[in-house]
Ligand binder design. Sequence first.
Ligand code: URA
Length: 434
Amino acid sequence: MNDPRDVVAAKRDGRSLPPADVRAFVEGYTAGDVSDALAAAFLMACLLRGLDDEETLALTTAMVGSGETLRFSGADLPTVDKHSTGGVADGVTLVFAPLAAALGLSVAKLSGRGLGHTGGTLDKLESIPGVRTDLSPEDIRRQVDDVGCAVAAQSPTLVPADGALYALRDATATVPSIPLIAASVMSKKLAIETDLILLDVKTGSGAFMKTLDDARALAERCLALAAGWGRAASAAVTDMSQPLGDAVGNALDIAETVAVLRGDSVGRLREAALLFAARAMEHTRGAGHEEALAQAEAAIGSGDALERFRRMIEAQGGDPHVVDDPAGVLPTAPVREPLLADRTGVLAAVDAEAIGLASVGLGAGRRRKGDPIDPAVGIVVHPKIGDRLEAGTPIGEVHARDRDAAAEAGRRVLAAMDIADGAVAPPPLIHVWM
Ligand code: URA
């Protein structure tokens, strides 16, 4: 590659890029020789013009090659990785990782930060005082051997190109692109060699892929990348037409994770985590579906999954008492305003992206690259599609820095909910396994 502007111009004009150019561009950006401005132009050109399979593979491979790769040679337990393409109140990973560890699997996982209107597992974890996510490959290996699970960030040694491009995409409206998401997700999965990759590809109002067809296309692209690398993978297209859990924030999500792991919270978040854990058991241990699901339920019921979460938090430098007393350990916002239903009827549809953005507006997500986030603020909203609401009764709570911010977020949440008169069927949780 002589001049990186030529690569951007070629994509801008709709031409296919030779793999060597894609690789050189990513290497140049990671080395600091390509500016953020040019990289942002590149991302926008990719979003608008698309990338074919060969270009996507080249981008993914270059991103993996920007750091080290981690192998679990000699480990005697099956290793599993799981990744979501991003959603609202999507805390599946935080339940899945300790749950799968309690089932005798090893979970080694590189996660992401909040992106656009979606929350990020790393931001949520770091809301626990002391937690570190910048684990070295050696830390990850040791922790997985000791505890059974580790959730870490891209780092200067692991997929640094994704760390940089991900933050730039968040800041430049270049997130919702099938090849860019596939490359970002899969670079993190391919950098750590596990026996199975599980993908949770979201579809609906709170997902980057709004339609089932687009979500399927993203799942296919990710599975093709896994196949190209000779890695076993399975993907579910799952519902994101409403927040999955109830908590949309960071510390609030951790409190919900703890409640699910304690067995105190039932609902779609718990169900999704159980189904992914069962799928992992089916693939790696040859278990039947019902048997695997029963084992996953038992691992929550016995407290084993909660104990793994405690040990994971402690191993990553966090305060393990978060599992005993989340409210006493997690940061809290100074203002808590109840959210009251403004109409009577049945919840028919939810603009989950708008709820995610209302939470970002409170400070739970970033507006610009590198912005700090406020771990304490966010929204708790309980009703799910098909539930009946009575005007004036509480349906959740807004956690904010001040009353004005709370009132604004409350308005945005109520505006995001469609209330109907007749009965409404809840959407399926999993549309299809691929
Ligand atoms: N998750 C990722 O890791 N990357 C994306 O681009 C979207 C979701």
